[in-house]
Design a binder for this molecule. Sequence first.
Ligand SMILES: Cc1ncc(COP(=O)(O)O)c(C=O)c1O
Length: 498
Amino acid sequence: MDLIFEKSRPGRRAGRVPDYGLPVPEVPAELRRATPPRLPEVAESEIVRHITALADRTFGIDTGFYPLGSCTMKHNPRVNERVGRLAGFRDLHPLQEDDGAQGALELEWRLQQILAEVAGLPAVTMQPAAGSQGELTGLMLVRAYFDDHGEGDQRDTVVTADTAHGTNPASVTMAGYKLEKVETDARGNLDLDDLRAKVDERTAALMLTNPSTLGLFDEGIEEVARIFHDVGALLYYDGANLNAVVGRSRPGDMGFDIVHFNLHKTFSQPHGGGGPGAGPVAVRADIEPFLPSPQVVRDGDRFRLDHERPKSIGRVRGHSGPFGVFVRSYAFILAYGPALREMSDAAVLNANYLLARLKDVYELPYERHCMHEFVLSAQNLKREHGITALDVAKRLMDYGIHPPTIYFPLVVPEALMIEPTETEPKERLDAFVEAMRRIAEEAAESPELLREAPHGRPVRRLDEVRAAKQLVVRYLFDDSVGAAVESARSDSSARENP
Ligand SMILES: Cc1ncc(COP(=O)(O)O)c(C=O)c1O
């Protein structure tokens, strides 16, 4: 497929800005471009075809099954988009005075209340724009809390699990803490002996996902909470993925003091490719004074942004949060109403159904029921036929299914991490099972078929290391660079379909 710049012809236009005879603004000379921007010049019909052809090559949750473990690709109800586009929400200016934004502030406040109930903790900030930003905010709250208690210098370490999502250690480091990793035991729980040896009065917090990224609920969670609280440390819950927990158990009741949510995973949101998202953080009462400013508060029948927060860690984002995301997630939650826990029940049931139907063909590293997701290993295929998790993932694309997450968590070799979500019907789950079982047979019968997969996609096996290391994200006009691109193209053309 040609790039848009290759389709460009001088003088072609998709539209023309009307001439209103307005005076031409005087742009100061030092701010003017030396040369006009090099934009593609294409007629509207060709742009539409170009974008449509790109869209046709894209796989999304609306195209087919997307069991990307830990990333929660669930159906996004269309009514939520409609609600998000209501003029009173869509056209609000972020600096709108509180009086002109009562409906929006009320929605944000009500969502705060619901999240507080889901977390089992009383106070919530809506500011962070992603799970990872929620993590960083949470750790800044940990620091503010210990500074306020005169222990800021003493507590310099945060403990995470060896199954932790990659953002956890990154957030710990960004927040200026030392990282201590605890191992997973043979049942997939935190290894309590390892944990006890690593927790002392220098520990500021534990950062944990429960259920873990193995899809397993930690059976020792009460003891874990005791170990940390006994040394005065805090418990941070990475609630990015609450799909098994909502309405069933509450992190606050498990002993956690700070929790972040990924609204874009648990409460539906068209996400992927970096956004949009929201990472609200819930905290216990004595951490509330440190929450970012401003906070949405209720005074009788009125709602306002409270900026008078002397102990606050300050702003972590412009304005009060990613508002469009709030509207969609609020609509999603209201549609369930008091039956919200049915969402988690169905997510867990779907995951266990897949687990039960696949565990005789792929290795199951921890022989337990799972929560909203589970991790299999393709190690048996590797041992017997030299077929890897990557080969399985690529071959799934030929069956019209998005690959699961692979090679994560790191504690499982050849990991295939599968999250079906509650929004899939049994027929889709069965089709996935059939594809996975067929692929295991193919591994024995014709391993080359898997090693060269995918066969039916516009792009076949890529040199993934090179794609990551020599990322070309813009059109390179210069002749010298153009030659480099040409040679990169001819290298890769052997791997691409015509
Ligand atoms: C367990 C876990 N924690 C944290 C995150 C980070 O969330 P975000 O991608 O919104 O920054 C993710 C995202 O995949 C996750 O799965």
